[in-house]
Structures are given as C-alpha cells and as structure tokens.
Design a protein around this ligand. Sequence first.
Ligand SMILES: NC(=O)c1ccc[n+]([C@@H]2O[C@H](COP(=O)([O-])OP(=O)(O)OC[C@H]3O[C@@H](n4cnc5c(N)ncnc54)[C@H](O)[C@@H]3O)[C@@H](O)[C@H]2O)c1
Length: 244
Amino acid sequence: MLAFGGGVIGDLTGFIASTLYRGISYVQIPTTLLAQVDSSIGGKVGIDLKEGKNLIGSFYDPKFVLIDPSLLKTLSKREYANGLAEMIKAGLIGDKKLYTYLLEHETVTEVEIAEAIQVKRNVVLLDPYDKKERMYLNFGHTFGHAIEKKHKYETYLHGEAISYGMLIALQIGIQLGETKEELYQEVLNLLLKRGLVKEPLLKKDDYQAEIIHDKKNLADGLHFILVTKPGDVKIVKLKELDML
Ligand SMILES: NC(=O)c1ccc[n+]([C@@H]2O[C@H](COP(=O)([O-])OP(=O)(O)OC[C@H]3O[C@@H](n4cnc5c(N)ncnc54)[C@H](O)[C@@H]3O)[C@@H](O)[C@H]2O)c1
C-alpha cells in the first residue's frame, strides 16, 4: 500500500496495512509538514473511534518513508505552522541548534526536517514501545490533548493545542524550579509570531479536569515532561493533582 497524504492518510493506510492479511508492506510519502516530521516516523499507526482518538492501532513500520519538501508548497500557512509546532517541540526536547534556527526562520528546508526526524528517531530507537524515553515526545501533549479533546477536535489543530500545552508545561517547570522564566518568554514570543497561539492564552485550570478524568493518568502518578533548557528534558511523576 502507498500512503500519499497527510497524517490521517498515513495512519489509516498504516493501520490497514498492519491488519490486512495479517500484515502487508506499505510505504509512506507524507505531504504535510506535520506528517513529514512526526506522524510518518516511529511506526505508530491507528484510527480514531467516536469514544476517543487513536483507540485502535498498532506499531507497524513502513518499508520506507519518502520525504519531498517541495510537496509542502501548496500547504496553507496554518497547516505549515501546525508542522512547525512539532519541530519547535523537537528542538526543545532534543536539538538546541534546530530550536535556535526556528527562532529566526519561518520556513524550513530538508536540513531542518531531517534534524527534527532525527530527534524523534533517537528516542524511538531507544524505546520503540513507549515505556520511557519515547515519552519525551509528549512534551506539551498532556495539556495539548486535553485542549483538543475539550474543544472536540474542532477549534485547534494539533500543533496549536500542543503549543498552548508547551507553554503550560514550561510554566509548570518554572513552578518546580526546573525551567527559567526567560525560556518561557522566548517560546511564547516564537509561538505568537508563528500564529500558533493567541493572547489571551488558554488557561491551565480550564483543562485540568480533562487530565484528572483520564483514569490512566491517576493510577500510578502522571508522567509529565519538562524542558529544563533547549535540548534538555526531564520526566517528573506528579502524584499530587495540585502539583499541576
Ligand atoms: N502516528 C503518529 O505517530 C502520529 C503523530 C502525530 C499525528 N498523527 C496523526 O496525524 C494526523 C494529523 O496529520 P496532518 O496534520 O498531516 O493532518 P491531515 O492529514 O488531516 O492533513 C491536513 C490537511 O492538509 C491537506 N493536505 C495534505 N497534504 C497537502 C499538501 N501537500 N498541500 C495542500 N494540502 C495538503 C489535507 O487534505 C488536510 O486537509 C492526526 O490524525 C494525528 O492523530 C499521528
């Protein structure tokens, strides 16, 4: 099978390929920036149910992923920024040079796309089945997912939701003494400039209930990803809900 399209097409094709005749080979040709730097990499494939996102899926690697940045020319500004958000996240969790580039540049080339993929690749190779290091990729996603869910996946694109989520995670890092205020200001200015967030910002307290209601988060404490400085991450386990 050939997945030619954005992340939706990639995830759907990969999932069908993983189950049809107990698995047939497939190839990914991602055509959105988000799919090029994120969803086509790492082997997670799945589909959404009305009860929730990605409830059915598997780990199934394509034979190869073909990435051609010239396909991005027709992407809307909003969809382009959606992919930039995941690249900013990749820079913050694992590549200071990439993050510094993104502070100054609105468009990316195959060099930065490859750097963002490398960040994801490094953690996926260490932890393919999401037990430890792969969780770093969830920076900004705890609140990002809560925001997407509360607004029924209609108001905010994934990259926009995780942009607010990254700001909330940086604020929690400041509260815990792990993150510097200057980093928060720098990331805020960047996300405002790229149109990924707007002021007044979404408030953490309005989304806490979504996280608390997710039973999975409460059983064993919530693994929460902090960025201590660009390129450095730390996982903290938040047992007390008032620590959020
Ligand atoms: N498997 C994973 O690890 C993983 C990771 C992140 C996201 N995802 C999934 O990816 C999906 C989001 O992916 P997406 O952001 O690519 O969304 P998408 O596939 O919906 O594409 C966004 C929009 O861009 C259009 N489009 C695609 N390529 C284009 C091009 N070259 N020019 C103009 N328009 C184009 C699409 O038709 C669509 O309207 C979600 O379902 C999410 O759950 C999966």
